[in-house]
Design a protein around this ligand. Structure first.
Ligand code: SF4
Length: 336
């Protein structure tokens, strides 16, 4: 069988012979896959729409509580739930969510409120008690950076694994997720459960695990928690492994997406800035509306054909760069 050619290697665009490093994470790559123009606006310009993104705020706060549960289960005893909830509140406030919730605010936030989180947390610890007891935590919120090309240290795939545990002698990655995809019978929509395989984020974790010397995980368990106004006790582990050859396929695709981003950057660098429209990072209008609603840039894309001309974010948008390298504190694990 013919071997698929590797995508061309990323070439430096800077004049310096030493190219800057490119750190790709799942957020960056999935944004580009959704729409190259989305990638340009969100990543190259660092813009986002103003205002609080409620599902994101709740998800980040839930992760903060999960870190306490998994790190503190054997140490905190009766204080586990209060400390986990404190972590939830701290993250919630840091992300700009309201400190107090009157009835109107609760209505506005729907199921994604601290009160729902508290109920969920009580049920979560009860449901997960047996695995928390019998597993050993290897790491929690551990960042990773792995090379993408064997002979090029300028391109890295980075991320952070929520928990890594040892269960029955096997390494296992746990990835916490919240979802509102509810169905009456069983709690989770089957499309949500089935949608985890194939999944580039999970495959990226398994690729990074291949660089581990000890307790290498061959499986990720997605730790799904249902967020619902009335139902607070639905949790599900969704075990994901990868078929033989799957990691190689992920790596090929990861290289390909990175090469496409770099190629668009090159096109942009030679494009005429004041042209009537952009000739790089094309729009993919199939993605303007999806299962999570309208794309945050839809008003911009409707009215501005060449956002490259704009020096500052237009009204309704702010500059808020996604800097995974700094967020993950990767300088602590990578040589300078
Ligand atoms: S509105 Fe559509 S074309 Fe514009 S960035 Fe979003 S997905 Fe892309």
């Amino acid at each position: 069988m013919a071997t698929l050619p590797l995508p061309r290697k990323v070439t430096p665009t800077a004049k310096s012979s030493k190219p800057p490093r490119f750190y790709a994470d799942n957020t960056i790559l999935s944004g580009y896959k959704k729409c190259p123009r989305f990638h340009y606006l969100r990543q190259e310009r660092g813009w986002r729409s103003e205002g609080i993104r409620k599902p994101l705020v709740f998800g980040i706060a839930w992760h903060a509580a999960m870190a306490v549960v998994w790190q503190g289960f054997h140490k905190l005893g009766k204080n586990l739930l209060p400390v986990a909830m404190e972590a939830f509140w701290q993250s919630w406030i840091e992300e700009g969510a309201p400190k107090t919730l009157d009835l109107a605010t609760i209505e506005e936030w729907g199921a994604r409120t601290p009160h729902v989180a508290e109920e969920m947390l009580i049920n979560y610890v009860h449901e997960r008690e047996s695995i928390l007891k019998k597993s050993r935590l290897i790491s929690s919120e551990q960042p990773f950076a792995v090379p993408i090309f064997p002979d090029d240290t300028s391109v890295w795939y980075i991320g952070r694994k929520d928990e890594k545990i040892l269960l029955n002698g096997e390494g296992l990655v746990i990835e916490h997720k919240t979802t509102s995809e509810y169905k009456k019978d069983g709690g989770f929509k089957s499309s949500y459960i089935e949608g985890w395989s194939p999944n580039a984020q999970i495959e990226g974790y398994l690729y990074s695990e291949q660089h581990e010397k000890k307790n290498r995980a061959r499986m990720v368990w997605v730790d799904a928690a249902l967020v619902h106004k009335q139902v607070h006790d639905k949790f599900k582990f969704i075990p994901i492994s990868i078929a033989t050859g799957g990691i190689e396929a992920w790596l090929w695709e990861c290289r390909d997406w990175i090469a496409r981003i770099m190629s668009e950057r090159e096109r942009l660098a030679t494009a005429y800035t004041n042209a009537s429209h952009m000739t790089a990072f094309p729009k993919n209008t199939e993605s303007c509306s999806g299962k999570y609603g309208l794309c945050e840039f839809i008003h911009l894309c409707r009215s501005v054909n060449n956002p490259h001309k704009l020096k500052v974010p237009p009204e309704g948008f702010v500059e808020d760069r996604w800097e995974p390298f700094d967020i993950l504190k990767l300088n602590t694990i990578m040589e300078k």
